[in-house]
Design a protein around this ligand. Structure first.
Ligand code: FES
Length: 139
């Protein structure tokens, strides 16, 4: 179905978030995270707080605390499975979902709004260019 491989399920830490980068239809790169739920399911969210949407939840060292996603700016917490903010200045708001699909131990991007760019974010991370022909790197 044209789905892009993001990572192996084993690459997603059991108690933390996994950073990757997608591109929307306008060619803008967006940071995203994978989170493994307690039942083993994997969900995807854009990596931006709903309070100040330019603030990343995962700044490189994980965003999961006690099974919830936490924004360190003003301590908003989000349910990992629903993305709903349960506490904090954006209570009731919901993170932007990124649809993913797991097959045979591999997590694929399955969201028609996004294309997979690379694992990790920015240029400081090892880029996996092999699966993103034609993607633009940098500026
Ligand atoms: S920016 Fe995330 S809680 Fe304020």
């Amino acid at each position: 179905m044209g789905a892009d491989r993001i990572a192996d399920v084993d690459d997603v830490p059991a108690d933390d978030s996994f950073l990757f980068t997608v591109e929307n239809g306008d060619g803008d790169e967006k940071e995203a995270i994978l989170v493994e739920l307690s039942d083993g399911a994997i969900v995807g969210w854009l990596n931006y707080c709903m309070h100040w949407t330019d603030v990343n939840l995962d700044t490189g060292d994980g965003a999961v605390r006690d099974g919830e996603l936490v924004c360190r700016k003003h301590a908003a917490t989000f349910e990992a499975d629903s993305g709903v903010c349960t506490h904090g200045p954006c209570e009731g708001a919901r993170l932007d979902p990124v649809e993913v699909d797991v097959r045979d131990g591999v997590v694929y991007l399955a969201d028609p709004d996004y294309e997979f760019v690379r694992t990790g974010v920015d240029d400081g991370d090892p880029a996996d260019l092999s699966t993103s022909p034609g993607s633009r790197i940098g500026f």
